[in-house]
Design a protein around this ligand. Structure first.
Ligand SMILES: N[C@@H](CCC(=O)N[C@@H](CS)C(=O)NCC(=O)O)C(=O)O
Length: 313
C-alpha cells in the first residue's frame, strides 16, 4: 500500500479537520503544502479540476473532501470507529451540519470589520488577506452556501457553543460519549478557526467545557508527518497504479451511468469540475478515472453527498 500524502495549508480549517483525523488515527503521512489561493497547478494535476483544501493522495488514488478522507482513514485504522456503530447516523447528520452551518457562521464572524485585525497573524499580512479576498469572492459568487454575516452568523455560533457546553457537561468527554466520532472533528475545525483569531477567541471564555473539549482534540497525536515537495507527490502518482475499485454497488444517478464520461463538481462552492470516466458509484463515493498526459491513470474519489455528476456530450 502506498503512503498517505496530505495536500493542505496551515490556515485551512478543513485541513485542520484532516490533520486532527490523522492525529487521532495515528497514521503517518507526507505533508505537501499547497497555495492558499489559485493557481494550484500541482494539486489540480492530481484532481483534474477540484481546487478545495485538503486533498489526500495514496499513490494514483486522489481523495477529494474531508468526508472521503475520513472514510479512507477509518478503513486504514478501524479501531478509530469514526463512524460509530451505535449513533453513527446521528454522528454523520450532526457532522454535516457543523461542517456547513457552524463553519459558515464562523467565516461570517472572521470577516466582520471588528475581527479583521485578528486575521493578520492567522492568514498573514494585509497583502495576503487582500489576495485571499480577491480569490474567494468569485469562488463564492452564486454559491448556494455563503458565510453567514452579521447577527445571524453570531447567533448560529453562539447557539452551537452554548449547546455544546451543556451537552459536554452532562455527557462528555466527546459529543457522542466516551469516544470521538466524525461529529467531534466536524464541530472542532470551525471553532479552531475562531480561536486562531485573537479578537474572536474571547467568545469562548465563558465556556470551559467547550475549551477543554477543543484542547482534548488539539492534544491528540502526535501528528506523524514528514514534509514532501509537490513534485515528489506527482512522481508518486505517476509511478503507481490505482487501487482496486470497491465491489460494485451501483447507485441511481439519474441519466448518468458507470462507464459514462462525466464531470463531477462540488454543489456548494468552488465549482471547478473534474472530468473523466465514472468507474464507480457507491453509496459513499463516486470514482472518476482520469488519464493524465504526465501522470498516467488516476482514480479521483468524491463523496456521494455534496457533489453533482454531469454527463459530457
Ligand atoms: N467539503 C469540503 C470543504 C473544503 C473547503 O471548503 N475548504 C476550504 C479551505 S478551509 C477551501 O477549499 N477553500 C478554497 C481553497 O482552499 O482553495 C471538505 O470537507 O473537504
Amino acid at each position: 500500500m502506498h503512503d498517505l500524502v496530505l495536500h493542505h495549508y496551515p490556515a485551512s480549517p478543513f485541513a485542520e479537520k484532516a490533520r486532527r483525523l490523522l492525529a487521532y488515527t495515528g497514521l503517518p503521512f507526507a505533508s505537501v503544502e499547497i497555495p492558499v489561493v489559485m493557481p494550484k497547478p500541482d494539486l489540480v494535476a492530481l484532481t483534474g479540476g477540484y481546487r478545495k483544501t485538503p486533498v489526500l493522495q495514496r499513490g494514483a488514488d486522489v481523495y477529494c473532501d474531508t468526508w472521503c478522507i475520513a472514510r479512507v482513514l477509518d478503513a486504514a485504522a478501524p479501531d478509530s470507529q469514526l463512524f460509530l456503530k451505535r449513533l453513527g447516523a446521528v454522528a454523520c447528520a450532526a457532522g454535516r451540519l457543523y461542517d456547513r452551518d457552524l463553519f459558515m457562521g464562523v467565516l461570517g464572524l472572521l470577516f466582520e470589520p471588528r475581527a479583521l485585525a485578528g486575521n493578520i497573524e492567522y492568514l498573514g499580512g494585509a497583502e495576503q488577506i487582500q489576495a485571499f479576498a480577491t480569490d474567494r469572492e468569485p469562488m463564492l459568487k452564486n454559491a448556494p452556501v455563503r458565510p453567514i454575516r452579521g447577527s445571524a452568523g453570531h447567533a448560529i455560533v453562539l447557539d452551537n457553543v452554548m449547546r455544546l457546553e451543556a451537552q459536554l457537561r452532562e455527557a462528555g468527554p466527546f459529543l457522542l460519549g466516551e469516544r470521538p466520532s466524525i461529529a467531534d472533528f466536524c464541530a472542532h475545525h470551525p471553532l479552531w478557526a475562531l480561536t486562531k483569531n485573537h479578537i474572536l477567541r474571547a467568545m469562548l471564555e465563558p465556556y470551559p467545557m467547550v475549551r477543554a473539549w477543543l484542547s482534548r482534540i488539539d492534544d491528540m497525536g502526535p501528528l506523524v508527518s514528514r514534509p514532501m515537495g509537490s513534485q515528489e507527490a506527482l512522481q508518486r502518482a505517476a509511478e503507481a497504479q490505482p487501487e482496486a475499485l470497491p465491489q460494485a454497488t451501483e447507485q441511481q444517478l439519474g441519466s448518468v451511468a458507470v462507464g459514462d464520461t462525466v464531470t463531477i463538481f462540488a454543489s456548494d462552492y468552488a465549482h471547478e469540475p473534474s472530468q473523466g470516466t465514472l468507474v464507480h458509484a457507491g453509496a459513499d463515493e463516486l470514482v472518476l478515472r482520469r488519464q493524465d498526459e504526465h501522470l498516467g491513470t488516476l482514480h479521483v474519489h468524491f463523496p456521494r453527498i455534496g457533489y453533482r455528476v454531469r454527463k459530457v456530450g
